[in-house]
Design a protein around this ligand. Structure first.
Ligand SMILES: *Cc1c(COP(=O)(O)O)cnc(C)c1O
Length: 488
């Protein structure tokens, strides 16, 4: 027995353009109200595990619901369970700025709903991306070798983790001359980074078939930057043992403390040994929009690849990672694949970029739109003002810390992250931070440096002011004093 096909009327099933306009306005109004009132909300969510899930029905509705009901449940179901990353007193992890023009660009990108996997599947998606990443090369003071008018170029990826994996795959295939793609990764390949490098490198080593044991953790100096002499010794020892060094990752602005590896000295080591140099500027890379922060990328002209996240500090909403390579052929050689169903005249002409060959997924959104809109809305000068304000607030906070009796600086603060430790007692530091976080007045997270408990104050939210930093600092000091039994 065959099921009868019901008559299908799309107009009866979907919102009309007028309904979309009305609901869209309501959604934007909801967000604008949220922005206006966000400073009064607790920064960190206070829900218990399972609390949000318990407010949801056990199954999807059989019949469609009106849009009003969906918006209402943002307030009734969701908001208690949100930690507010856009809150002016969010100082945890690193910022994830979603500026207003970026939000609207994401809306438009979703609405256009195009897949930009090939140039031919939406030429504007590819060409805006190429041009805007070239703009960013200039805006950030990056080497010309990363521009698209030579053998190099840039691509937008979802995260720095993915970009670092792609760098490792390109480096692996360069060493193996393509044999890794054919036969799988052989044993004996090695990767190098400082002990403070981001965990995404170890994950990349696993995914690329090298394994965690391939990762060499290079010693650091007193400021937690990589020691290039130790790096050279580690590579030479592996070479002498018959191993094959694939890639070195230097970090400009580590996640723990924004330590800056000496890129130029590291590039000397990698160039002399023919090892791929990848530089991770995921957070710190935004700062080089200001000329006064470009010292940290001296030597980048000898790197093979570079990644930074406009979705952290540069006002572009998650996700938007910018990744550049000096030799695009090394990247597409590792990742390019052309099945018959994607073959087309533009690809065959060799005159266009097909970004699907520059990253892991096939499908890709119009992510350059939000980068383009942010660059145009703020201008380079606006972005500089944004970065400089946070760096200045961090220096101010560092001054307050150094003047006080209870806390001290735990690391240099070249950018906008300040690392503090309690002068007497790590346990007091941990408990004081939890008191502040539980109160909802600010949100701070921690790390460990030199085997001490360290509170990180990561300044960088688009609405954060010096008063917000001062309040978080005063709250932390007062909480620690109460825990120690001192009076504030
Ligand atoms: C945040 C961060 C990453 C990872 O970023 P994702 O885009 O979330 O993958 C990598 N490296 C550093 C230094 C970071 O701070």
């Amino acid at each position: 027995m065959s099921t009868p096909t019901p008559p299908h009327d799309p107009a009866a099933l979907h919102w009309s353009p007028e309904e979309f306009r009305r609901h869209g306005h309501a959604a934007v109004d909801w967000l604008a109200d949220h922005m206006a009132g966000i400073a009064d909300l607790p920064v960190r969510s206070r829900v218990e595990p399972g609390e949000v899930a318990a407010r949801l029905p056990r199954s999807a509705p059989a019949e469609g619901e009106p849009f009003d009901a969906l918006l209402q449940d943002l307030d009734d179901v969701v908001m208690d369970g949100m930690t507010h990353w856009q809150h002016p007193s969010f100082f945890a992890y690193f910022p994830a700025n979603a500026s207003p023009p970026s939000i609207l660009a994401d809306l438009v990108s979703s609405g256009l709903g195009a897949q930009g996997m090939l140039w031919s599947t939406s030429p504007a998606v590819t060409e805006v991306e190429t041009v805007v990443l070239d703009w960013l090369v200039d805006a950030l003071g990056l080497p010309d070798a990363f521009r698209s008018d030579g053998p190099g170029g840039g691509v937008i990826q979802d995260t720095a983790s993915s970009a670092t994996l792609c760098a490792l795959l390109a480096a692996r295939e360069r060493v193996l001359e393509g044999a890794g793609n054919r036969d799988g990764a052989p044993g004996g390949l090695t990767v190098y980074a400082s002990a403070h490098a981001h965990s995404s490198l170890e994950k990349a080593a696993r995914v690329a078939g090298l394994g965690s044991a391939a990762l060499r953790s290079v010693a650091t100096d007193a400021d937690h930057g990589m020691d290039p002499v130790a790096l050279a010794a580690a590579i030479d020892a592996d070479l002498a043992a018959g191993l094959r060094p694939v890639m070195v990752m230097a970090t400009v602005g580590t996640t723990s403390s924004t330590a800056i590896d000496p890129v130029a000295a590291i590039a000397e080591v990698t160039s002399a040994r023919g090892v791929w140099l990848h530089v991770d500027g995921a957070f710190g890379g935004s700062a080089t929009v200001c000329p006064e922060h470009r010292d940290m990328i001296t030597g980048l002209d000898r790197a093979d690849s570079y990644v930074m996240n406009p979705h952290k500090w540069l006002l572009v909403g998650f996700d938007c990672t910018a990744f550049w390579v000096r030799d695009a052929a090394a990247l597409t050689g590792a990742l390019g694949i052309l099945p018959e169903y994607l073959a087309n005249a533009a690809t065959a002409s060799g005159e266009v970029i097909d970004y699907r060959d520059w990253h892991i997924p096939l499908g890709r959104r119009f992510r350059s739109l939000k980068l383009w809109w942010v660059l145009r809305t703020y201008g380079i000068e606006g972005l500089r003002a944004h970065i400089r304000a946070h760096v200045a607030m961090a220096q101010e906070l560092a001054g307050w810390v150094a003047e006080g009796d209870d806390w001290e600086l735990a690391a240099p603060h070249p950018l906008s992250l300040v690392c503090l430790r309690h002068r007497r007692d790590d346990d007091v530091a941990a408990r004081a931070m939890e008191v502040v976080n539980a109160s909802g007045s600010a949100f701070l997270t921690h790390t460990r440096l030199d085997d001490r408990y360290v509170v990180r104050v990561a300044i960088g939210g688009w609405r954060t002011s010096l008063e917000d930093v001062r309040r978080a600092w005063d709250d932390l000091v007062a909480a620690a004093r109460r825990i120690e039994g001192r009076t504030a």
